[in-house]
Design a protein around this ligand. Structure first.
Ligand code: UDP
Ligand code: MG
Length: 329
């Protein structure tokens, strides 16, 4: 029978924490009295994660394993898990127990209240280095400034999503996925649940600086064409400055010829002017590239909340219906 709750867990070299994770998860989910499934996604681990996960699946009902062929990265592992999840509500959670499973019941109760996305928001960043705190806060600030996608500060991917939202997310075909941004883009009724982010139970963080930079680049370029606009603006400013400079030189020539150096002002103005013009034109081309980029992403143009009167044939496009009122469907 179809589960009510699916839990998607990306795992990359998590052999040490997985058994612990499974215990905590089973305690929490077992106490709910709901049908559930836990989908472990082995993201091409090079340790024994795959074996450990398989053992857990054999031992425990509702545990499933999706093994990726190689390491595709956190966001892609989550995407794979979402494709296999069948529940009416889907929880995303890290394997390292930094996101406490004990928060899930509260998420489910908010979902039952009718919220389509319930995301975990960190109260504390206990186990994280100063470096991680500073870069994370800088990242959220820049994102907030650059893009329309409202991403609440101090949220990760730890969240519960309604089936409708999951279906829209799956219908978004873009390759470079920044899931928390995409979920925020979808909209719907969203609410935060506060929790204390714990230290990793075991193992090391799997996000290298390189992976963090790639992640930030995906986030910014996926949700903002501002970098392209910046070039246009910069070009425009340079052109204006060069014109001002040209005027200043003419003024010097006319009113203070003693200070006039023949030859080089022309060169300087020309360089400035054409440099600026170049940048401006590049930015202009960028505008079109930006538009092509928006089109190529092929995102749905809108997301329907509900239709009245409800379509009895049910052949409406993917819309985030809330299934929370009818668990078990
Ligand atoms: N992860 C993954 N593939 C990767 C990197 C990480 O599936 O290439 C998983 C990892 O196993 C963990 C989650 O993504 O469950 C978050 O990773 P991590 O704890 O290293 O990130 P942090 O908590 O430092 O942001
Ligand atoms: Mg972690």
């Amino acid at each position: 029978m179809k589960p009510v709750i699916s839990v998607v867990v990306p795992c990359y070299n998590e052999e040490e924490v997985l058994p612990l994770f499974a215990e905590r998860m089973r305690t929490v989910l077992g106490g709910l009295g709901l049908r559930y499934e836990v989908i472990l996604v082995d993201d091409g681990s090079s340790d024994r994660t795959g074996q450990v996960a398989l053992d857990l699946c054999r031992r425990y009902d509702g545990f499933r394993l999706v093994s990726l062929f190689r390491n595709f990265g956190h966001q892609n592992a989550v995407t794979a898990g979402l494709d296999y999840a069948q529940g009416d509500g889907v929880v995303l959670i890290d394997a390292d127990l930094q996101d406490p499973p004990e928060v899930i019941p509260e998420m489910i109760s908010r979902w039952r209240d009718g919220f389509q996305v319930v995301y975990g928001q960190r109260r504390e960043r206990e186990g994280e280095s100063g470096f991680k705190r500073v870069t994370a806060s800088l990242f959220y600030r820049i994102m907030g400034w650059m893009s329309h996608a409202r991403i609440a500060r101090d949220t990760g991917d730890f969240r519960l999503m309604d089936r409708g939202v999951v279906d829209v997310l799956r219908a978004m075909p873009e390759r470079h996925r920044f899931i928390r941004g995409m979920v925020s883009w979808i909209g719907g009724r969203q609410i935060a649940v506060l929790y204390d982010r714990k230290e990793r139970e075991a193992g090391k963080a799997k996000y290298s600086i390189r992976k963090m930079l790639l992640f930030a680049t995906d986030a910014i370029t996926g949700f903002s064409v501002l970098p392209l606009r910046l070039v246009t603006g910069l070009g425009m400013i340079t052109v204006c400055l060069s014109l001002v400079y040209a005027a200043v030189i003419v003024a010097i020539r006319l009113f203070a010829p003693a200070y006039y150096v023949p030859g080089w002002p022309t060169t300087a103005v020309l360089i400035l002017f054409f440099g600026g013009l170049n940048m401006f034109c590049m930015g202009l081309v960028g505008e079109y590239v930006g538009r092509i980029f928006e089109e190529v992403k092929g995102r749905p143009k809108y997301v329907v909340g509900s239709v009245y009167p409800a379509d009895p044939t049910g052949v409406a496009p993917a819309a985030p219906r809330t299934t929370a009122d009818h668990p078990g469907h």
